[in-house]
Write a protein that binds this ligand. Structure first.
Ligand SMILES: [Zn+2]
Length: 166
């Protein structure tokens, strides 16, 4: 994907580079990949469709998960390596995003966003069963010595998460 922190999803018919922040395909033999360095990669699948989503806060706030056109009732979703609420400190301006208001945690150190709870709730609203949401619980900042974290080192490099359909 040529990712732009947008809320655009594309349906892949043939291999290539897509201008989007989420891809789905029904074609067996295809692999879908997402690049991240703190944003949250989401991998989705049922028997007929696979998908990847690049969920940074901009895409989240613009409604990328609400734009999913599939009923997620029989999907499974995995949340991969990304910034977790332990390290997702945000500015007070996040309070102005109504969508995020239930997903901010205030501590003596500041305000923290909870991307996993946000993603899970939005996907459940799309039909996903609670037990079919799997969190790898890997925080890219906590693990910045092993993986690429933009907050950790302002790196231009990215972690690659992918899903294949056989
Ligand atoms: Zn962390």
């Amino acid at each position: 994907m040529n990712q732009r922190h947008s809320a655009s999803l594309a349906l892949v018919q043939k291999p290539g580079l897509y201008h989007a922040d989420g891809l789905f395909t029904k074609h067996r033999g295809h692999f879908l990949a997402v690049k991240t360095a703190d944003c949250l990669p989401l991998l989705l699948a049922n028997e007929d469709v696979i998908g990847v989503i690049h969920m940074g806060w901009r895409s989240a706030e613009k409604g990328i998960l609400k734009n999913i056109s599939f009923d997620l009732t029989d999907f499974k979703v995995a949340a991969g390596l990304g910034l977790r609420s332990c390290c997702y400190q945000v500015g007070n301006e996040f309070r102005e995003f109504g969508e995020f208001s239930s997903y901010l945690r205030t501590t003596s150190k500041g305000v923290f966003f909870q991307p996993i709870r946000f993603a899970r709730d939005q996907l459940i609203a799309k039909g996903l069963k609670k037990d079919n949401f799997f969190d790898l619980s890997l925080c890219s900042y906590c693990l910045r010595r092993d993986f690429f974290s933009y907050r950790g080192s302002k790196t231009g490099k990215r972690n690659l998460s992918f899903i294949g359909f056989r």
